[in-house]
Design a protein around this ligand. Sequence first.
Ligand code: NAD
Length: 540
Amino acid sequence: MPLVSSIRVNSPNVVYGDGEHTSVYEYMTNEVCVSDGVCNVKPVKRSMTFKVNDKKPRMGLMMVGLGGNNGTTLTGGILAHKYNLTWRERTGEKKPELLGSVTQSTAVHLGQCNGEDIYVPFSKLLSMVDPNDLVISGWDLSNANMYEAVCRAHVYQPELCDKLKQYMEGMVPLPAIYDKDFIASNQESRVTNKIEGTKFDCYNKVRKDIREFKEKNKLDRVVVLWTATTERYSELDEHIHYNIEDFHKALESHNDSEISPSSIYCYAAMSEGCIYLNGSPQNTIVPALQRFAEKYNEEQAAKGEHNFVYYMGDDFKSGQTKFKSMMGEFLIGSGMRLRSVASYNHLGNNDGLNLNEHRQFRSKEISKGGVLDDMIAGNPMVYEEQKDQKADGKHPIDHIVVIKYVPFVGDSKRALDEYTSEIWMNGLNTIVAHNTCEDSLLAAPIMLDMALVSELLGRVEYKNEKMDKFMPLHPLLSSMSLFFKAPIPKPPMAELKDKGAKWETEMPLNALGAQRRQLEGLLGALAGISVGPCVCGPVE
Ligand code: NAD
């Protein structure tokens, strides 16, 4: 299977310029109107023009929770890859491979040349930053240096940790924002590195950290990625969390008991023009911050500047939920009626210890809970009878999630799932799955992907048929839902807001295959090519 290292598109729809290209994407969609019991469907042709800045920036990645298992696993993996560090295991010498990363380890099918399939690496479809070029920094409540922290994680082999020492020992996480009310009380002994002062002082300090990091490393773009301890949910207050002026005022006047540390990092990151990604389940990116991002980008566009901010969350889609969203797509998509999903996890790392307390577990339970909703909504044929149950507040699927802390297994998480579906003529089909894996080895590639893809999407502008100038993509990067367990739904457009639309309007995509197709389809459109299966292939 030949793999090419780059592509150039020959099409009147794609114009290459100096460090940028434009691509006109033409597509078919349907206008649907249901009235008096008749559904009229009108296929319509639409087009959208994308402008992509092809110059790779010098990119920084600042992780919140840098010294945790995920933070050290990602940092160690990137450094091992960059310096080509090898290590011995019982089965022989090993070399770093970035497996599990969609950007680094998957390819996109382009078509056939002389009957042979041709693929391009995902990372070469458009100009994407190389992981080896990332500049890494971040914050942690623990002052352990990154060598001590990678050893503490018990994820990498001792010989690899030893070889990483020269690169990681000098990396010490920046002091972090601490509010003991938001994370489990069992985390207190870890806190040796906090910012002193009020939450408003913390906001200013984090902004300063980002500015200094940018200046010192001459960076064009910084992505701030939350991979710290799961927080409890913030209780949203209509006088604080819904517009940025209220939010800022509450922070400044210390009316901040329901403003989480993660929301402060997010606000600071956006204030400094960064991308913010939330890898944990809590409701960090509150409506005020979502509106702030929209406003920030409108102001940038009005000034003719291009340093737009973006965000996406929540919670890395690394193991059980990823599997569930593939299994749900398979079962419900084949016309079976999935009726119960029972998920048990146990793990023994610090994440498991934190999730041992109810309020933090509850955040995780919520983020794992909605994963099947779009698949249920997408097949009303089999869930019609369950509609009434839903009206009574019941879910069409009995779905439970249990997480237990078992220290001995460390980072090696066990996930057990049982899926039971109603099938042909009242039969039942039960599938059981058991997955054992180091949790951080699954999370690290996803963290890398989301950082690289969000940076790339930050270099894209678009114009549809009604617009006279290019605009940035919506700050909520929904097309990256592939990487998130509970993708944040899009807030309503201004005109819908005026009509009293509730905060969430769009059901996020959770089905794994659909998420991958959406992202690949968008990147293909940006490049100016069509990707994915063509209906004519099997016909001709
Ligand atoms: P971890 O406990 O090893 O690391 C978290 C780190 O965050 C700790 O070093 C802690 O000191 C630090 N921290 C806590 N609060 C902080 C703050 N306010 N500012 C800065 N640092 C802070 O956990 P982990 O295994 O690395 O997981 C990190 C997060 O990722 C967790 O919330 C977890 O739920 C989430 N997550 C992990 C996976 C996975 O597969 N590993 C999947 C989905 C989500």
